[in-house]
Write a protein that binds this ligand. Structure first.
Ligand code: AKB
Length: 314
C-alpha cells in the first residue's frame, strides 16, 4: 500500500510541471501536492498550495495539514537570473533548502529531493568528461549556492541521517514546459523558433559544447534515485548524471536535416561567460554503478521527439 504524500515546491517551473504528473501516475493525484509562489493553471487536477518557499511557517503548515512525507524542493533562481539578482538567488536557493532539511531533521518528513546542477563546476574544473569528484570553483551565484547546498545536504545526512537525494542536472530539454532563467535555455527556444520562424538567433557562440538531457530522462533519473534503496545512494551531496553533449552548431545541423529551411545566427551575450565556465561533457560512472542510471535519448532522438511534439502548435 502506498502511504506517501508528496509535496513538490516550485512545481510551476520547467521540471515541476512534468514531475507532478509523473508522480501522480504512481502515487495518485490525491497524494501529490504541487506548490508554487503563484497560482498555476497546470495544477488544476491537484489539491495545490500557494506559498513562498522562504516562508518556513507556511511550509510547516502545508506539511502538517496535508500529512506530507516526502518533499521535492525545486524552487530556485537559475544561472542567468541569479547573476542579475545575486542576493535574492543566494537567499532563495539557500534558506529554502534549510527550511526543508530542518523539517526532515525534526522527523516531519521522511525523504527529500533537491536538484543540483552542472553549475557547481567552474573554469578550473576539467572540462571534458568532468568526473564526480574534481576541482569545483563555480563562478555564478547559482553555482555557488548549489555547491554549498550539496555540502549542506551531505552534512544533514551524516549528522542527522536525513534521507536527502540529489542530481546535478545538465541543461534540460522538453516540449511540455518552458525553461526559465537558465544558460542552457537556448536548446529549448531553438525548436520553437525553428518551427515558428525557421530562424533562431542563439545567445551562445556556435562552438559552445554543454551537457544536455531530454526532460523524460531527467524525470526518470529523478524518480530512479528517489526509489533506489537508501543503501544504493552512496553519495549524499549530488550525483553527476549525463546523457549527451552538443554545441549550438551541432544542434542546428540536426534540426536542418528535419527542417531544411532552418537557419541559425549567433549573438552571444552575458550567458556566454557562464557557459564557458561549465563542463562540455560529464562522466556519470557513479550514478550508473550505484543505482543503475542510463539515459534513453541521444541528440538525434531528442531533436526528432521535440519537433514531433511541438509541430502541431505552430
Ligand atoms: C541553467 O542553465 O542555469 C540550468 C542548469 C544547467 O542548471 N539549466
Amino acid at each position: 500500500m502506498i502511504t506517501d504524500k508528496i509535496l513538490v515546491i516550485g512545481a510551476g517551473g520547467q521540471i515541476g510541471l512534468e514531475l507532478i504528473h509523473a508522480l501522480a501516475a504512481d502515487y495518485g493525484y490525491e497524494n501529490v501536492v504541487p506548490a508554487d509562489i503563484r497560482d498555476v493553471p497546470g495544477f488544476k487536477n491537484f489539491t495545490s498550495a500557494t506559498f513562498n518557499a522562504l516562508d518556513a511557517k507556511a511550509l510547516f503548515e502545508t506539511v502538517t495539514s496535508h500529512g506530507i512525507t516526502q518533499i521535492y524542493h525545486l524552487a530556485a533562481l537559475l544561472s542567468a537570473t541569479g547573476e542579475q539578482q545575486p542576493e535574492l538567488a543566494w537567499k532563495l536557493n539557500m534558506e529554502s533548502l534549510f527550511h526543508v532539511l530542518n523539517l526532515a531533521k525534526e522527523g516531519h518528513i521522511k525523504k527529500v529531493y533537491w536538484p543540483s546542477s552542472i553549475a557547481v563546476f567552474g573554469p578550473t574544473t576539467p572540462r571534458h568528461l568532468t568526473p564526480q569528484y574534481t576541482v569545483m570553483e563555480p563562478s555564478t551565484i547559482y553555482g555557488i549556492s548549489k555547491q554549498a547546498g550539496e555540502r549542506w545536504c551531505a552534512w544533514y545526512h551524516n549528522k542527522f541521517n536525513v534521507d536527502v537525494r540529489s542530481l546535478r542536472y545538465p541543461g534540460l530539454i522538453g516540449w511540455k514546459t518552458p525553461p526559465g532563467g537558465g544558460t542552457t535555455d537556448y536548446a529549448v527556444h531553438i525548436f520553437h523558433e525553428a518551427l515558428k520562424h525557421k530562424q533562431y538567433t542563439c545567445f551562445l557562440k556556435s562552438d559552445t559544447a554543454l551537457p544536455m538531457m531530454h526532460m523524460d530522462d531527467a524525470i526518470r533519473a529523478t524518480r530512479m534515485i528517489m526509489e533506489a534503496p537508501a543503501s544504493s545512494v552512496k553519495i549524499r551531496g549530488s550525483y553527476n548524471v549525463s546523457a549527451m553533449s552538443f554545441t549550438p552548431a551541432e544542434l542546428a545541423n540536426i534540426i536542418t536535416t528535419l527542417i531544411p529551411e532552418f537557419e541559425i545566427s549567433y549573438a552571444p551575450d552575458f550567458r556566454q561567460a557562464i557557459a564557458d565556465s561549465w563542463p562540455a561533457s560529464i562522466d556519470d560512472t557513479e550514478a550508473r554503478s550505484h543505482w543503475g542510471w542510463k539515459p534513453s535519448f541521444d541528440v538525434k532522438g531528442l531533436c526528432q521527439d521535440m519537433l514531433k511534439h511541438l509541430k502541431p502548435n505552430y
